[in-house]
Design a protein around this ligand. Structure first.
Ligand code: AMP
Length: 586
């Protein structure tokens, strides 16, 4: 057991936004949080207005919204006024392309400035923004653009050539691809150069008069079975994103905030774009991927005060050792938070020793649209715990019953984590899948699919998933999507995919395959299957390991038992797997 990390008043150079957790829980209501936002002139709510235009209208346009660190380390600053203007140009482009309110604009890019103008411009236009993970291969990209009926895609020339050109013909709804680094020579049917259009577009745009419940964002996530799910968030989500930035991330207007998440996932959007901009803070945007020296030098040179990252990255920092951290002056750091996977208690203790401050773990998921459970600045940190529910969020540990659910009142009992439905950033549907959405709720509770327990002090502890989805390096991967790609290979009869514990990535993806008659297992076929999976799915989603089996274990109804394969892989007692099967979420 790790010691609880108590924080003394002198540890705070800035008074935390949330000083008395219990008092705020008692007095909290979402409508007063909503009142801290500006709202659209004439009524309505629009995320882009709250994120940028509001600051400009209030005379803060010259403040720095983004500090972008390029591949070569060169830093460029973007003010709120510049970002607002770029977003307006993008909104005008969408209008000229006849992309209408409610239609979907997708992005497939890394952390480049155009991503921010595209996201905010789409919201200004009243269209729905859907970022994709740029490490996806062509198949996951195609499936998501098809399900989301993408009307427009913003990407780079390289990503287009490598991943999109080959699927374009199968996507009839996709009317326009905007190339961030495109030139006149790239332009042809459906392909346009974004810089050329941006140059010609006006920098003024009257933000669409969206209402709180109008669709704003779509984030794809995965279940155990079936196709990826497009979780829909509405403009009202900004109320929760702003409140959680204030209370759970302790973000102040003068902070320099660094959220290291990839823009293709929900954290990259909710806390990489929306929350810090709404708070008026300055965000660091690093174009490169993880590198310990680079990260520490960014914290030092940019004077990062609030840092939001993920356990995989923290474990990588631990692996390279604290000595590297000690080469840098990291004294600007005031608040450290982590999300996305279980944060090992050792990592919290390590961070307290190395940075003088613990990482504050918090929990949420695509469907919740914002942080739901957190270790707060003013409360002691229990290493290994996800923390306490946000004021305004009612959480419980429940058990599913034939009639609905039973809330487990006693502490320290494992069950499914549930949240009382109705907070502003709660997803409003899975695109085109009403039944799947309905099944996520019972008796007014949203059932998260995560197993957890609550201790006597009200802290929540993550136990595991109740389904088979895999978290690898912080990315949620649906086994079905990987299995489907493997099954396309002519030698494969059946496939089952599991998460295998990995010291750094949390889990790595392992596939079990049985072969068609006449096909022989062997190193060559393994290589061929790996190459096929990487080509179709992209390296972040493809299996790291493939094992051949004569048969895959199945239930009497013929469903492959991934959990049995996983139990065997871990050397766990197999137990009664047939009972495990019945509680599977989709
Ligand atoms: P995503 O929808 O991709 O953001 O993934 C959400 C899932 O990530 C959750 O349902 C959990 O399984 C996992 N997760 C998120 N935050 C944490 C955390 N702090 N500790 C453990 N697991 C987490």
């Amino acid at each position: 057991m790790f010691e609880v990390i108590e924080k003394s008043g002198s540890d705070w150079r800035v008074a935390p936004n949330l000083r008395d957790y219990d008092a705020l829980c008692r007095s909290f209501d979402w409508s007063s949080e909503r009142q801290s936002l500006a709202g659209l002139p004439g009524g309505g709510l629009n995320i882009a207005h709250e994120a940028v235009s509001r600051h400009v209208a209030e005379g803060h346009g010259a403040r720095i919204a983004l500090r972008h660190v390029g591949r070569d380390g060169a830093v460029s600053s973007v003010s709120f006024a510049m970002l607002d203007e770029a977003a307006s140009r993008f909104a005008n482009i969408l209008e000229s392309l006849d992309v209408r309110q409610g239609e979907a604009v997708f992005s497939l890019t890394g952390r480049v400035q155009a991503f921010y103008s595209a996201a905010l411009g789409t919201l200004k236009r009243g269209a729905v923004f859907c970022p994709l993970f740029s490490a996806f291969g062509p198949e996951p990209i195609r499936a998501r653009l098809e399900i989301g009926r993408g009307a427009c895609l913003v990407t780079t020339r390289t990503l287009f050539q490598r991943k999109v050109a080959q699927i374009l013909d199968s996507l009839p709804t996709l009317r326009t691809v905007l190339l961030i680094d495109g030139t006149a020579e790239d332009e042809r049917e459906r392909i346009r150069s974004l810089p050329r259009l941006m140059e010609a577009a006006s920098g003024h745009y009257r933000t669409a008069a969206t209402s709180r419940e109008d669709r704003a964002l779509m984030h794809f996530t995965s279940g155990t079975t079936g196709r990826p799910k497009g979780a829909v968030l509405v403009h009202d989500a900004v109320v929760a994103q702003a409140a959680t930035a204030r209370y759970a991330l302790d973000l102040h207007r003068d902070d320099v905030f660094w959220c290291t998440a990839d823009p293709g996932w929900v954290t990259g959007m909710s806390y990489g774009v929306i929350a810090p901009l709404v708070s008026g803070a300055t965000s660091i945007v690093d174009e490169m991927e993880f590198d310990a020296d680079r990260w520490y030098s960014i914290i030092e040179s940019q004077k990062v005060s609030v840092w939001y990252t993920a356990p995989t990255a923290i474990r990588m920092l631990m692996k390279v050792g604290a000595e590297i951290a000690h080469k840098y002056d990291l004294g600007s750091l005031r608040f450290l938070a982590s999300v996305g996977e279980p944060l090992n208690p050792e990592a919290v203790v390590w961070s307290k020793q190395t940075f003088g401050r613990p990482f504050h773990d918090n929990w949420w998921q695509t469907e919740t649209g914002g942080i739901m459970i957190a270790n707060f600045a003013a409360l002691p940190v229990k290493p290994g715990s996800m923390g306490k529910p946000l004021p305004g969020i009612e959480a419980a540990i429940i058990e599913r019953t034939a009639q609905g659910i039973r809330v487990i009142g006693e502490p320290d009992v494992e069950g499914e984590l549930a949240l009382k439905a109705g907070w502003p950033s709660m997803f409003r549907g899975y695109l085109g899948e009403d039944e799947r959405y309905r099944k996520c709720f019972a008796d007014g509770w949203y059932l998260t699919g995560d197993l957890a327990r609550r201790d006597r002090d009200g802290y929540y502890w993550f136990v595991g998933r109740s389904d088979d989805v895999i978290k690898t390096a912080g990315h949620l991967v649906g086994p079905f999507e990987v299995e489907s790609a493997l099954m396309e290979h002519p030698a494969v009869a059946e496939a089952a995919v599991i998460g295998k514990p990995d010291e750094v990535a949390g889990n790595s993806i392992k596939a079990f395959v049985s072969l068609k008659a006449g096909c022989k297992p062997g190193a060559e076929l393994e290589r061929d299957l790996m190459a096929h999976a990487r080509r179709r799915l992209g390296p972040a989603v493809a299996p790291r390991e493939i094992a051949f089996r004569d048969n895959l274990p199945k239930t009497r109804s013929g469903k492959i038992m991934r959990r049995l394969l996983r139990a065997r892989e871990l050397g766990l007692p197999e137990g009664d797997i047939s009972t495990l099967e019945s509680d599977e979420r989709t």
